[in-house]
Write a protein that binds this ligand. Sequence first.
Ligand SMILES: [Zn+2]
Ligand SMILES: [Zn+2]
Length: 139
Amino acid sequence: MAQAKEGGCMCGAVRYRVEGDPLAVVNCYCTDCQHISGGAFVTALLLPRPAVTVTQGKATGFTGTAESGDQVTRSFCRDCGAPLFSELSANPDLMVVKLGSLDDPKPYSPSMSIWTSSALGWAHIDPNLPQFPKNPPLG
Ligand SMILES: [Zn+2]
Ligand SMILES: [Zn+2]
């Protein structure tokens, strides 16, 4: 049983706590993750929604239609812009936490690569991890 982990945005206005182990840790190569990260992919923890508690401040959400066609709300700190969470309309029991927002992300490493069909040509996709061209089967 993993200890509770804490994380937050860059400026410290928004803080959260995560209980337990993630269901998966994904490298997501979708075009939305490219956009929101300003890079080639996002690494994120998939957690049961009750595992994540915001303990300070409030993340600002932006809801848009993701590459999957589903509504996705991506939350960030309004003050510093750091991306924190995503919530998926298609999977409301799930909370997605951006790995780099954890105080100590080192214990986690990716368990799968998703949306590889949208990856940039030069992106290195770990050949040792399961790959899914679009969303992975969950549950
Ligand atoms: Zn902030
Ligand atoms: Zn993505």
